[in-house]
Design a binder for this molecule. Sequence first.
Ligand SMILES: [Zn+2]
Length: 123
Amino acid sequence: MTITGSCHCGKTAFRINGEIPAQLTRCTCSFCAKRGALYAYYAPEQVEVTTPDGDALYRWQSNMVAHHFCQVCGNATYSDSPAFEMDGKWDGKTRRIAVNARLFDEFDAAEAPVTVIDGKNLW
Ligand SMILES: [Zn+2]
């Protein structure tokens, strides 16, 4: 299926070739806890940013993750990170896109089942 979504002002819109996962992900790390996003994960080739006019990004700590947001309306849009395994290993090249499912069209992320990642203690 094709999922579409956008930030509040529409300056950052995207299209995803994939499914909405059965479980969204909420991370407890210091950044995500304040950001409040609920994530759906995809491979980079599945995600196309169709109007990136408002795109801005924030990096912290290791600088390995690019947390994108809209510089106009401030909505958290997506994060581009290394595709870490559960044990923390990374092949050095594979990326993963965590899209904020709260921005999906015709979908209520607040009502979806959520898996919690213990980022507060993992990194
Ligand atoms: Zn915006």
